[in-house]
Design a protein around this ligand. Structure first.
Ligand code: ADP
Length: 498
């Protein structure tokens, strides 16, 4: 047995299990990513909503008493220094920017100036949209310290001493980002990964158990197939209709039945073939030995034998040659029929006419044996649809047998009767009959009823040929016989409607 078959089930289980674990891992990771994304969105929206008024407050609180610009037009830095002080105390995550009416950054209040200097201006469109909707819609704006990134913000417009501009507050400043990414990292390593690994471990364990349980049927089937392969021809899957893979289980059982059936058939064909060879060699040997004996005698005693003895020996030799050629003919005919090399050529013909011809042909033989051979109702003409030469062969064998097994002064009758759509042909004799227990087997090859009269012994092929011819016409032949009273062989052929 090959290794691949041995490991069929475990390999499938392993594959299913791996796919299962992979899917669980994929699901776990997707879940974390999706949760992270939505948690962040949720946080951003809440924070922006909560701090929507922050920029307005700065304007109201800080610019009420002091202008953000000095008289020379420059930014009032002490005022923003004060703002920075407040921020340090209250909220370290925000960054405040003073923008002119075009979005150009005039001043920034950030806790950590850090490495990257703020960009020169920010886009005004998100700021305007934010102000228009009173900070109620969720909108992201430029992060001046991280160009290309979008952040939540609060913004408000001011108009002081004829100078317009905006206070733009980034709510998730650099400080926030540092803390948040640290926490996120920790969340992933500590919580996320551990949770995913733990869940994966337990689900994989459960998955393995469930797959093992679910593939129980498959293992059972594989086991049965293996038993069958190892030679246990009785191995079948029990209750295939209850199997999870019913079609597979049933197919295997049917396949096993077919294989066993074919093997049995092949065995019986093989047995028959061996029997045939044994019988044929035996049948050929006897007439050949007789022939050889007589020919040798004729050769050796050519001068001493009388003319009448010579004639007698030649007659016996001739008889044996005839016997041999008949046997060879029958064997050839039977093998052709058995190998299904004969296709009947069906045509309408008169079975009555054929019977007349055959009776005329056997008349001499019947007269020699003082047997009354005749056709019943000779005036009725019945037409059948069949292969004329095959039917002739069958009738010939049956008449031959009837004459062979009937004593002198006996009767052989051929009757032809129309029965519905068929024509019934009956060959009845008043011969010695066939014992009841032998009747079912007389149509088998080489089956001969033990006969005391060795002269009558044929080769057991005549009726086997008749049976094959009947099969080719989809009809059957029946025998009715009583020992010492006689036998009837009856068969039907389809009638031909004129
Ligand atoms: P065989 O060549 O021996 O006649 P068949 O196949 O024709 O072989 O017949 C098989 C056996 O059936 C014969 O050996 C014979 O005993 C028996 N049988 C056939 N026809 C008749 C019959 N009309 N009457 C009695 N016995 C018959």
């Amino acid at each position: 047995m090959s290794n691949s078959q041995k490991t069929l089930t475990p390999r499938l289980v392993k594959k299913l299990w791996l796919v299962f674990v992979f899917l669980i891992l994929l699901m776990g990771i997707s879940y974390i990513v999706i949760t992270g994304y939505f948690a962040n969105k949720y946080y951003q929206e809440t924070t922006q909503n909560l701090n929507a008024e922050l920029a307005n407050h700065v304007i109201e609180e800080k610019f009420q008493n002091a202008s953000p610009f000095l008289e020379d037009g420059s930014v009032n830095k002490p005022l923003f220094g004060d703002l920075m002080h407040d921020m340090m105390a209250v909220n370290r995550s925000i960054e405040v920017y003073l923008l002119d009416e075009n979005g150009k950054i005039l001043y920034s209040v950030v806790l950590d100036h850090g490495d990257n200097a703020p960009q020169q201006s920010v886009s005004l469109s998100p700021i305007k949209s934010f102000i228009q909707n009173d900070g109620k819609n969720f909108v992201l704006g430029d992060d001046p310290r991280n160009p290309g990134e979008q952040k939540i913000f609060s913004a408000a417009q001011f108009n002081i001493d004829g100078r317009e501009g905006y206070i733009y507050i980034v709510l998730e400043g650099k400080e926030f980002q540092l803390v948040s990414s640290n926490l996120l990292g920790q969340y992933f390593t500590k919580l996320g990964i551990r949770a995913v690994l733990l869940t994966t471990f337990f689900t994989a364990l459960l998955g393995l158990l469930s797959i093992w349980f679910l593939t129980k049927n498959l293992r059972l089937i594989t086991g049965t197939i293996r038993r069958f392969q190892e030679g246990d021809l009785e191995a079948r899957i029990e209750n295939p209709e209850k199997s999870d893979i019913e079609v597979f289980a049933k197919s295997f059982n049917t396949m096993a039945d077919t294989i066993v059936g074919n093997m049995d058939k092949m065995k019986s064909v093989d047995l028959l073939r061996r029997e045939l060879i044994a019988n044929v060699s035996h049948d050929l040997r006897t007439p050949l030995a007789v022939l050889k004996g007589y020919i040798e005698t004729l050769q050796m005693k050519r001068d001493s034998l009388s003319e009448s003895d010579k004639q007698e020996y030649l007659k016996i030799t001739h008889g044996n040659v005839n016997k041999l050629s008949k046997l060879i003919d029958q064997l050839f005919e039977y093998s052709k029929l058995e190998a299904e090399q004969v296709t009947p050529i069906k045509e309408p013909f008169s079975i009555t006419e054929l019977s007349h011809d055959l009776i005329a042909k056997f008349r001499v033989l019947a007269d020699q044996k003082k047997i009354d051979l005749h056709l019943e109702n000779p005036e009725e003409n019945s037409m059948v649809f069949a292969d004329v030469s095959l039917v002739e062969r069958a009738l010939q064998n049956l008449i031959e047998n009837a004459l062979k097994y009937t004593q002198p002064n006996g009767k052989v009758t051929l009757s032809i009767k129309r029965k519905d759509k068929n024509v019934e042909i009956n060959i009845t004799d008043t011969g010695n009959g066939i014992p009841m227990n032998e009747q079912p087997f007389i149509f088998d090859r080489y089956k001969q009823v033990v006969n005391k009269d060795a002269k009558k012994q044929g080769y057991g092929l005549g009726l086997a040929i008749v049976k094959k011819i009947m099969d080719l016409h989809d009809t059957t032949i029946t025998v009715l016989s009583k020992p010492r009273e006689g036998s009837s062989f009856i068969f039907n052929l389809p009638a031909y409607q004129i």
